[in-house]
Design a protein. Structure first.
Length: 519
């Protein structure tokens, strides 16, 4: 397993070159598994961001004119390079983001699948043609790039969000300025090296690092066509407002509060496995993590007992330890915020704290890591703070219900609408849930309803503030604009050439070979 022997200096990537970071203010980079500083991240300025936009703008003039096949070939080469460096990329995620190494490998593999989908851009971005609109008139819809896009990634999926934004952006002929989270920037350092290894033209992708400051220059710069982000709903709304005033399109994925609904006919073995994966995978730091477990009253006591038992068996520790299931949360601040929400659930909401994961005992070498163990509340109602707030940690709120309509009403009343899952063998329950759960992604007997890269990913309501969802055809639509061409054509002349055409066309013709183009 990777353990950094040297201090990691994160650097900006501009015009295909790594930039000197010594003249920038730095912030520390920590390993959440140990709590120790492993590097530092430059706090880029608005001037740095403007230089990256200028570089992308210069590259765009040439890149947009490259054949779509050539652009797709670079994406395919990127995919192969990620396969060749799969373990190194996964370990970079497990190091600074502290996603357990098994899940980090899965994240890299999902990005490889996204790149495989994006390699089909020559097909995905095909336009449309309408023939015979009128005499000698054809209509065409042509998908074209827009220019420079800017993207922001959250800490929890440094690779996946790169995959959602960059391949579709550059594959359709645009260029991108990309800012990883300052809490997990190491993956994109690895990807910058890959961009150079595959010969990607300088300036097609530029990487800047730091806090929110470099993003401030994006809104008023006329060279920026759009902004992409995954983060909280309040942040997404602020970006949408600023970008909207400047006439820029946005792809902004916000927060979530996801229900797992357990019906009386649940298949228990499937349910328990998916419950663990949904609620404790990535230490609950996923936009599709299960947060509220609603259990039908007929099986409530049985299911509650089983999930408590299963939760007690979840192992946790260093993200690099293959023997444990769950790593730490991202930071000391995140740990303290999650612990604070647990205290609110206990004292203010007066829910029953069945399993308390605060301050778990850890081995000496990782005792300073940012750990929260599996935590379960029961007797939760929809009006409680723990049922309304996105906790973003391994904390589960259990509700009891007697009628599916009551739980659907709770889901419908939420301001967010990312995902929701139901566990049942009943077709009526299934179809009713799919129809009435007003979320963007529905799961049936799966705990994480993440669509395959062929399909769009994203919520509705406050979970999606922007123009389009990510990946699939939504990704193509966001990064392209439709140009409409109306073409009238006629023979070269009305005299001799028309006679020549008629002479050449003389002779018997079948009904399916005669020209639709009148002379």
């Amino acid at each position: 397993m990777m353990h950094p022997s040297e201090f990691i200096q994160i650097r900006n990537f501009l015009d295909g070159e790594w930039q000197d970071s010594e003249q920038r203010e730095q912030m520390p980079l920590y390993d959440p598994s140990t709590g120790k500083q492993i590097g530092q991240v430059p706090l880029s300025t608005q001037q740095d961001s403007t230089a990256a936009i200028e570089s992308c703008h210069e590259a765009y003039g040439t890149w947009r004119c490259a054949s779509v096949a050539k652009r797709a070939a670079f994406i395919f080469d990127m995919r192969q390079a990620m396969k060749d460096n799969h373990e190194d990329l996964a370990q970079s995620i497990a190091l600074d983001q502290a996603k357990h190494i098994s899940e980090a490998r899965g994240e890299v593999q999902r990005v490889i699948q996204i790149l495989e989908t994006a390699s089909g851009i020559p097909t995905l971005m095909q336009g449309e043609t309408v023939d015979n609109i009128a005499g000698n008139i054809v209509g065409r819809v042509i998908k074209q790039p827009l220019g420079v896009f800017c993207g922001v990634a959250p800490f929890n999926f440094p690779a996946l969000v790169f995959g959602w934004f960059i391949p579709f952006c550059i594959g359709t002929g645009n260029t991108m300025v990309f800012k990883p989270s300052p809490l997990s920037p190491y993956f994109m350092q690895k990807m910058g090296a890959i961009f150079n290894d595959i010969g990607l033209p300088p300036g097609v992708i530029n990487i800047i690092n730091g806090d929110h400051v470099p993003t401030l220059s994006w809104y008023d710069d006329p060279r920026v066509a759009g902004i992409c982000m995954v983060g909280s709903s309040p942040t997404a709304k602020k970006i949408a407002e600023a970008a909207g005033k400047a006439g820029k399109r946005t792809m902004l994925l916000g927060g979530a509060k996801n229900y797992l609904v357990v019906m009386e006919d649940v298949q228990m073995d499937i349910w328990i496995e998916d419950f663990i994966h949904s609620c404790y995978g990535s230490a609950g730091q996923r936009c599709l993590s299960g947060s509220i477990v609603a259990i039908h009253e007929d099986v409530h006591d049985q299911v509650l007992e089983k999930i408590v038992e299963a939760s007690r068996k979840v192992t946790y520790g260093s993200a690099m330890d293959p023997e444990v299931y769950m790593g730490p949360v991202i930071s000391a601040e995140a740990r303290d915020r999650i612990n604070g929400m647990i205290e609110i659930g206990r004292l203010e909401d007066r829910a029953t704290l069945v399993l308390d994961g605060r301050d778990p005992d850890m081995p000496p070498d990782i005792k300073d890591g940012y750990y929260v163990a599996p935590t379960i509340f029961s007797d939760v109602t929809a009006d409680m703070q723990i049922a309304r707030t996105e906790i973003f940690g391994p904390v589960v709120s259990v509700m009891k219900f007697s009628n599916l309509d009551d739980i659907l009403a709770n889901i419908q009343a939420q301001p967010v609408g990312n995902g929701a899952c139901i566990f049942t063998q009943n077709l009526y329950y299934t179809e009713k849930f799919i129809a009435d759960a007003n979320v963007g992604m529905v799961g049936v007997n799966v705990g994480v309803p993440a669509p395959h890269p062929y399909l769009p990913f994203g919520g509705i309501k406050d979970s999606l503030i922007g123009t389009n969802k990510v990946q699939g055809k939504d990704g193509i639509d966001f990064f392209t604009q439709n140009k409409i061409a109306t073409v009238r054509f006629s023979p070269p002349s009305a005299g001799r050439h028309r006679a020549d055409i008629r002479t050449k066309a003389a002779g018997p013709q079948s009904s399916d070979t005669r020209s639709c183009v009148p002379d």
